[in-house]
Design a protein around this ligand. Structure first.
Ligand code: GLN
Length: 482
């Protein structure tokens, strides 16, 4: 009898626990994070859509299993952070299953096997790891290749330079800023098949299986669905079709380009929609964050000249703390740090997207500087005026409003314009959290066509024109207020 009950429990327990895990955690939509340039697994085609084995695979699996997905492409390192911070549910990015990662990720069944391999320019004389002594090897941050390089660094004596994305790494190799790169073999081989003048002089080293992953202990049903879907696609031949689409000779390429992208005109013609949408995000970021910053900045600026010591102290702490933290770290902290912390306590995913996080970071940053501008402006008005007015029996508030602020505002205006220009340029820094503003848009386009000279020139001109126009406008406004 006892044995029977035990057997029943043993059979029922997994069924129950499975049932509960599923019912509890199924979401109406799953956010999947991926790399931004890692062809043939994920890359942008000439229509600026993300394609590649991983993109096709996850879409096919979602369709097969009947779940909704939304894909984001912030880059490998950022995608890993997004999953760890609970901002994405899963990652598919040619990701290798390593023992270290198993501590923080749950992996699906494998869909590919890859080596890491060294790539050098066609003309390079590097033929072995020993030849790398005192040379610089580039690698993407957070990758298995980086682990390999770090582990073998003392043995071969090379320097390591890390990059946040593949395009800047390959650009640096092409321009000679680094002597070699370490990347997944299918990726290097693919770029060579696409006409990159590179070679792989040393045989690759296995870095394990490639699989889909979720944060350890979360979304178990997503892994189950991925595995089931993958098995179905393998059985019905669709998986092979996806591989063939990108890997067979004559396969889909990064450069099925209709317009010649080697000229500035061609680049603009083929990418103007992307660039304009990036510009829109840049402007929205700058304008919204600056408007918020003015409000916060004025409040703290007024605090800093207040007769109350406590208010002055609050303002001082705010300015010191925000000014003392680099903007990039502030943005990363708001976008990845805080959500990761909240999720670890409440289990709730962060509602903050990259735009909101970027806006908050930019607002706080500019507010600290504006508070100082306000303080400086008010303090530049001779103290005698306040004293004289107060001795006539006029209140502090009224003296401020009627006598001090009108004069101080005039002194502050040029600094406000200056601060706005800085705020607009600072938007490029928050692209680090994967926000696709103008700068990131340019980088993504370069990842596809390697036209870094012309593309960065276009970006520089875009910013120059916008900033010149806006400063002109601001100067006019300034005159009017005066
Ligand atoms: N396969 C490598 C890794 O998992 C690189 C992945 C990538 O760069 N997208 O580390």
């Amino acid at each position: 009898m006892k044995k029977k009950i035990l057997a029943c429990l043993l059979i029922l327990f997994p069924i129950f626990s499975l049932g509960i895990a599923k019912a509890d955690t199924v979401k109406s939509k799953y956010i999947i994070a991926s790399d931004s340039s890692f062809a043939p697994f994920v890359f942008q085609n000439s229509n600026n859509e993300y394609t590649g084995i991983d993109m096709d695979l996850i879409k096919a699996i979602a369709k097969d299993q009947g779940f909704e997905i939304e894909i984001t492409n912030p880059g490998f390192d950022a995608a890993i952070s997004a999953v760890q911070a609970g901002q994405a549910d899963g990652i598919i990015a040619g990701m290798s299953v390593t023992d270290a990662r198993k501590a923080t990720f749950d992996f699906s069944d494998s869909y590919y096997t890859a080596n890491t391999i060294l790539g050098v320019k066609e003309s390079s004389t590097i033929a072995s790891y020993e030849d790398l002594k005192d040379k610089t090897v580039g690698v993407k941050n957070g990758t298995a290749s980086q682990t390999f390089l770090t582990e073998n660094q003392s043995k071969y004596g090379y320097k390591i330079k890390t990059f946040s994305d593949g395009s800047s790494m390959y650009d640096s190799l092409n321009t000679g800023a680094i002597d070699a790169v370490m990347d997944d073999e299918p990726v290097l081989k693919y770029s060579i098949s696409q006409g990159q003048k590179l070679k792989t002089p040393i045989a690759g080293t296995p870095i394990g299986e490639t699989a889909f992953a979720v944060k350890k202990g979360t979304n178990p049903e997503l892994i189950q669905m991925f595995n089931k879907g993958l098995a179905n696609l393998k059985a019905n031949g669709e998986f092979q079709k996806i591989l063939d689409k990108y890997l067979a000779s004559g396969a889909a390429t990064t450069s099925t380009i209709t317009v010649d992208e080697t000229t500035i005109w061609g680049l603009l013609q083929n990418n103007y929609k992307q660039l304009l949408s990036g510009l829109g995000i840049t402007l929205a970021l700058a304008l919204i964050s600056f408007a918020i910053a003015i409000v916060i900045g004025i409040i703290f600026g007024m605090f800093s000249v207040s007769p109350y010591k406590s208010l002055r102290l609050i303002s001082e702490i705010f300015v010191d703390v925000i000014r003392g933290i680099p903007l990039m770290i502030l943005a990363a902290f708001i976008f990845w740090g805080i959500p990761n912390f909240i999720e670890s306590i409440t289990g709730q995913q962060s509602p903050i997207n990259d735009f909101v996080a970027g806006t908050i970071a930019l607002s706080l940053n500019a507010a600290a500087y504006i508070a100082e501008i306000v303080r400086g402006g008010i303090q530049a008005v001779p103290v005698g005026q306040m004293e004289a007015s107060r001795s006539l029996g006029i209140s502090y508030g009224k003296t401020m409003r009627k006598i001090i602020l009108p004069q101080a505002t005039k002194l502050m205006l040029p600094n406000f314009v200056n601060q706005f220009v800085i705020a607009l340029k600072d938007t490029t820094i928050v692209s680090a959290i994967g926000l696709v503003e103008l700068f990131q848009t340019g980088k993504i386009i370069i990842a596809r066509n390697y036209q870094s000279f012309k593309m960065y020139a276009i970006l520089a001109i875009f910013y120059l024109v916008i900033i010149t126009l806006l400063t002109r406008l601001a100067k006019r406004l300034e005159k009017r207020i005066r």
